[in-house]
Design a protein around this ligand. Structure first.
Ligand code: C5P
Length: 242
């Protein structure tokens, strides 16, 4: 597979076309941002660790029947994915209160949320990705109701599978964000990245944060937690041939 043109550069990834119109080449950068890109830092080895965690989780989800864009790891920081047209709706699932849920609603951090809470956000840099409910997304022609229903169903399935996998390695899945897209054959599939950049993870034994909150709050070396997640996931998934 040949890498061709850079078509997108995000906060932590570059996306290139390839010689196959249905396949994109993703390169993970050693970069982290906070405050919607206003704070940016280079963090050596972050690209490799995120790419590895994401590949493990996408492969695991594939094995559990969740179709997603991940195809193949090319190098420690590069992977091939199915080209999709990303839907402009981000789905956040929350099992415990954290982050914006705590600041917005004034509840105790880590309060258990039952049922798990789904939130939709409209992907828009100009508007800073605002929260939207179903009617807003439908009335503004951003997404039809059947798509929102489907997003909820898949997000729930992913939540059950990932919560269980993380519990097996003594990690609590607090919340996460998913993105989806349509393939050339119009199938809605899971896309983007699955790493501690877009999920909150807490060590069940120590209570330590193992995700990007360490970077957001400038409270230590963010990669310490990411490395723990990668090591435990690798051991668990390899040992159990998952
Ligand atoms: O900031 P907030 O509490 O809404 O984040 C909820 C979850 O979604 C967190 O795991 C966060 O990392 C993720 N998220 C994300 N990208 C965004 C917004 C939130 O990955 N643009």
């Amino acid at each position: 597979m040949e890498k061709r043109t850079l078509i997108y550069e995000g906060k932590a990834k570059q996306v290139f076309t390839t010689d196959n119109a249905d396949v994109l080449w993703i390169h993970y950068l050693d970069q982290a941002t906070a405050l919607n890109g206003k704070r940016k830092e280079q963090i050596a080895d972050k690209g490799r660790i995120n790419s590895a965690i994401s590949a493990l989780l996408f492969n695991y989800l594939t094995a559990q029947g969740i179709t997603n864009h991940h195809q193949q790891q090319l190098s420690p920081t590069d992977e091939l994915v199915t080209k999709v047209k990303i839907t402009p709706v981000e789905v956040v699932v929350r099992n415990f209160a954290a982050g914006h849920f705590v600041t917005r609603y004034g509840v105790a951090p880590m309060m258990e949320l039952r049922p798990a809470v789904h939130e939709f956000y409209y992907k828009s840099d100009e508007l800073d990705d605002p929260f939207m409910n179903d009617e807003q997304l439908v009335a503004l022609n951003i997404a039809p109701q059947r798509e929102l229903d489907e997003l909820r169903v898949i997000a729930d399935q992913v939540n059950v599978i990932l919560t269980e996998a993380f519990r097996a390695i003594d990690i609590k899945l607090i919340d996460f964000k998913l993105e989806f897209g349509y393939t050339a054959t119009n199938q809605l599939i899971l896309a983007d990245e699955l790493s501690p950049d877009n999920m909150r993870l807490v060590d069940l034994n120590t209570g330590a944060s193992l995700d990007k909150d360490i970077f957001r709050q400038q409270s230590g070396d963010v990669l310490t937690g990411y490395k723990i997640v990668l090591e435990r996931l690798t051991n668990y998934l390899t040992a159990n041939q998952l």
